[in-house]
Structures are given as structure tokens and as C-alpha cells.
Ligand binder design. Structure first.
Ligand code: F3S
Length: 65
């Protein structure tokens, strides 16, 4: 599974980072980026899906299954 963040949508709510700090980073402005080039280990896929559901801006998407 591979995910990405749309930088035009991300408003820095940081919920993704709170849910899955192994998958996301936030900069000083709270804007998130994906770690590991968006590759999600199998054991973190449920966390990734939870982060996707909890982003109020719908900024996180799955780009490969
Ligand atoms: Fe941005 Fe959504 Fe995370 S707005 S900081 S991708 S929760």
C-alpha cells in the first residue's frame, strides 16, 4: 500500500501524525508529509486507513494498493 498527501489540501490539522507518527511527519507549520516515500508496511495499513478517515481536509489518498 502506498499513500500520498495533497499539499494543496493539507491545512495542518496534524491528526495523521497523532494517529500514525511512523507514517507521517509534520513541519513547523503543521503541514504533513508522508514518510518512507508513502510506502506503508503491512502492519501499519490499518493506521493509515484510520488517518485517511480522520483527515478533515481529505488530503490523504491511496495511490497504490
Ligand atoms: Fe494535513 Fe490532514 Fe494531516 S490536514 S496534517 S493531512 S490530518
Amino acid at each position: 500500500m502506498r499513500i500520498r498527501i495533497d499539499p494543496d489540501r493539507c491545512q495542518g490539522h496534524s491528526r495523521c501524525y497523532a494517529i500514525a507518527p511512523d507514517l507521517f511527519d509534520v513541519d513547523d507549520y503543521g503541514t504533513a508529509t508522508v514518510r518512507h516515500d508513502g510506502h506503508v508496511p503491512a502492519d501499519l495499513e490499518e493506521s493509515a486507513r484510520l488517518a485517511i478517515r480522520n483527515c478533515p481536509e481529505h488530503a490523504i489518498g491511496i495511490i497504490a494498493r
